[in-house]
Design a protein around this ligand. Structure first.
Ligand code: ATP
Length: 272
């Protein structure tokens, strides 16, 4: 049952730093706290400081949190173990705590390793009133996570990255020193970053000259995330195919932007 809830890649090579547009400061912080302790632990020993144990990436869905975590794992040749908080509590009722224990055990057996806990809020939201047995189960899972975090050495070669869209609802116990005590915000990409992301995602695509002038898309993609730009590029390709053309045009991009941006506005409105 384990494999359903965990994604494990021995040496992930899917993404590297060149695949990330913008996020320069975020990447630098993640590299200093995750990559450097794995690659050059002696630096921390000599200076006599402990790198932070856990870092927490927060920001809207699709802003590149998973992307950055995978790229760092690639750069360090670490085993990458990803677990999704909501799946852990929904699929493994009564077994969440055991899963967390096994997760850390597996990481210790496959060092260097990076544990990536996505949707951390699903197991670590503020304790309101623990009412149902389901709440108590989530509670036990969280307690196990806290005890695993406290139990291991920060200079070791297991690093932990958490991610959430809702840092405001996290249990403060998770954010205490020695746990997820470094917070890194992932904002939507600015103009320059959006152009970079368009460049990255169209690298192997066939675009005409006007379509390639990504400056033209800046104003209509204000507020769009990296994931939405990725979707726009894919949709533009679909519009070209529909015209039975093998070159993507500016008009294809315009239609794709309307489709993706409008679609996302509608879906956001539904949740508000
Ligand atoms: P979630 O909260 O939904 O897990 P996330 O922040 O982890 O979201 P990612 O899975 O990293 O989002 O992003 C989804 C996809 O969007 C990436 O695989 C990538 O194709 C694209 N993407 C997002 N941000 C960027 C970026 N800064 N540069 C290039 N591509 C990006």
């Amino acid at each position: 049952p384990f494999v359903q809830v965990m994604e494990i890649s021995e040496k992930p090579t899917e993404y590297s730093y060149e695949d990330i547009g913008g996020l320069e400061e975020q990447l630098q912080e993640v590299r200093e706290t995750v990559e450097l302790p794995l690659l050059r632990p002696e630096l921390f020993e000599k200076v006599g400081i402990n790198p932070p144990k856990g870092i927490l990436l927060f920001g809207s869905p699709g802003t590149g949190k998973t992307l950055v975590a995978k790229a760092v794992a690639n750069a360090t040749n670490a085993t990458f173990i990803r677990i999704i908080g909501s799946e852990l509590v929904q699929k493994f009722i009564g077994e969440g705590a055991r899963m967390v224990r096994e997760l850390f055990e597996m990481a210790r057996n496959k060092t260097p390793a990076i544990i990536f806990i996505d949707e951390l809020d699903a197991i670590g939201s503020k304790r309101l009133q623990v009412a149902t047995s389901g709440d108590r189960e989530v509670q036990r899972t969280l307690m196990q996570l806290l005890s695993e975090l406290d139990g291991f050495n920060n200079r070791g070669d297991v690093r932990i990255i958490g991610a959430t869209n809702r840092p405001d609802i996290l249990d403060p116990a998770l954010l205490r020193p020695g746990r997820f005590d470094r917070l890194i915000e992932f904002p939507p990409p600015n103009e320059e970053a959006r152009i970079k992301i368009f460049e990255i995602h169209t690298k192997s695509m066939n675009l005409d000259k006007k379509a390639k002038n990504f400056k033209n898309y800046i104003s209509s993609t204000e507020g769009a995330t990296g994931a939405e730009i990725n979707a726009i590029v894919m949709e533009a390709g679909m519009f070209a195919i529909r015209r039975e053309s093998d070159i993507i045009s500016f008009a294809d991009f315009q239609k794709a932007i309307t489709k993706v941006i409008k679609g996302s506005k509608k879906s956001h409105a539904r949740f508000e």
